[in-house]
Write a protein that binds this ligand. Sequence first.
Ligand code: PHE
Length: 361
Amino acid sequence: MMTDIATLQTELMAAIDSADTLDALEAVRISALGKQGSVSALLKTMGAMSPDERQTQGPIINGLRESVTAALAAKKAALETAELNRRLASEYVDMTLPAPETPRGTVHPVSQVMDELAEIFADMGFAVAEGREIEDDWHNFTALNIPETHPARAMHDTFYFPDEMAREGSKMLLRTHTSPVQIRTMTSQEPPIRIIAPGRVYRSDSDATHTPMFHQIEGLVIDKGIHLGHLKWTLETFLKAYFEREDVVLRLRPSYFPFTEPSVEVDVGYSMVNGKRVIGGSEGWMEVLGSGMVHRKVIEACGLDPDIWQGFAFGTGVDRLAMLKYGMDDLRAFFDGDNRWLQHYGFDALDVPTLSGGVGA
Ligand code: PHE
């Protein structure tokens, strides 16, 4: 075991040393510290160790992780400096060029889609609620029926703040989903409640379809006598309005979220048109939403009586909804700030979404 670790360390150090581009270095990082990485695999073995074993192996494995992390950071800094020097040497501004046309900004597709969603839900009587991006453990997890020991906490890849920043015994973190807005709304407003909450969320995850920051929208209805039928109608009405098609077909699948019971995952049907997936019909299915009836424990945690108040909640990715409607295929481009991308996919500031004009017209 020890020699294996030593060999792995030598190999990783050599790979870091010979990575001569940032991309190559990132590939080494993912191979070591990514979800499926070799060092992550070693860290995972610690869970199954006896306490004695953990006492001897833990420091060795953690030491490996620390030295690999440090070597990666040092190499990254060196490569970035080299890259900057190269650019400074090769790029220059021709001061004799004429002034450009007045630059015209565009509305980012994420903002446009959030406005479309606010418009659609306003028509159904939903107000827009806001929470906090810097949340505490209680709102992000505990009140949502995800106690300290719940495996869902590990699945969320949370960015925590240092322990010293804890408030009232609750660790601070970057919210991993918009669901804490459910809690903030139920603890500050009297039911009946009908809100949506769009906003940024954060998870320590990065590849072609995951970025460390992305956008979600949460929906919450709390009233008397609410049932799954209300949820289904709301989602169907929303998705038809959003995709601007009457032939949107939903498929509800039983699922699990700690804060809803029963929980339902929602797929929308698509058809193949000229080799591309187009929403509508039912040739294939794409998952778009998580939802369910708000768990009694969540209602109780907010100080409401679950025998009187019931409701449903749903959550979905705004970036993904934008990609499905407007045809982008790489999530990372959303956050590059590349003007060519923004000119192509962005919206005119006067293109205000309205239901009568077709939300995305
Ligand atoms: N918060 C869940 C997620 O991030 C989505 C969800 C919201 C599911 C509300 C059910 C109800 O995956």
